[in-house]
Design a protein around this ligand. Structure first.
Ligand code: HEC
Length: 170
């Protein structure tokens, strides 16, 4: 009688014991549901492929691939100009000054023979096409560093729209 009860208990307990052994990974079984079992390339697994030729960043086209001057796609609305004013104050005024006169606090460090900070209200820059100023911001120009990491393409056009109002005001 006693033996019977013991055997019954043993038989009933076996599935639980097996479950616990697997749950606590005393015996490890690779279940096929593990996240690393997928066709994608994991972190630090082999070289990343370069983007296909002609790929465009999700923030927009940086500059035309054929080398032509980009056209300003952002209309000079009050919103764009207001955004441009804020961005100009953050990214350009340190060198070019609040009014774009080339007299920002950092301008003193640009001494000849190195390039001097440009006066953005000059006739020459007033006559420059928007696309050329866009390339100056995107790629930098001689002494001026590229500000592409700081400004998205849209933001660069906003700055240019604001710069136009600055030039007109003087
Ligand atoms: C670190 C300082 C610095 C900052 C920041 C800076 N610039 Fe300049 N920028 C310069 C210097 C220096 C030059 C003159 C380059 C030269 O002629 O050698 C220049 C020149 C220019 C020119 C004239 C290029 C030409 O065709 O002669 C434009 C336009 C211009 N900057 C726009 C901007 C705008 C817009 C921003 C903000 C988004 C900006 N810059 C931020 C230093 C700066």
């Amino acid at each position: 009688m006693r033996r019977r009860i013991l055997i019954t208990l043993l038989i009933l307990a076996t599935p639980f014991v097996i479950g616990l052994v697997l749950t606590y990974e005393i015996v490890q079984v690779d279940f096929p549901s593990f996240m690393e079992d997928q066709p994608s390339v994991g972190y630090r697994e082999g070289p990343r492929l370069l983007p296909p030729a002609g790929s465009v960043p999700i923030t927009g086209v940086e500059a035309p691939l054929d080398g032509s001057l980009p056209q300003n796609p952002v209309p000079a609305t009050p919103t764009s100009i207001a955004r441009g004013r804020v961005l100009f104050g953050i990214h350009c005024a340190v060198c070019h000054g609040e009014k774009g006169r080339g007299d920002g606090p950092v301008a003193a460090y640009f001494q000849p023979p190195a390039s001097e900070v440009a006066d953005l209200t000059e006739e020459r820059i007033l006559e420059e096409e928007d696309g050329l100023i866009y390339l100056t911001i995107t790629e930098g120009f001689q002494g001026m560093p590229s500000l592409a990491p700081n400004l998205t393409p849209r933001e660069r056009w906003d700055v240019i729209n604001y710069l136009r109002t600055l030039q007109q005001a003087q």
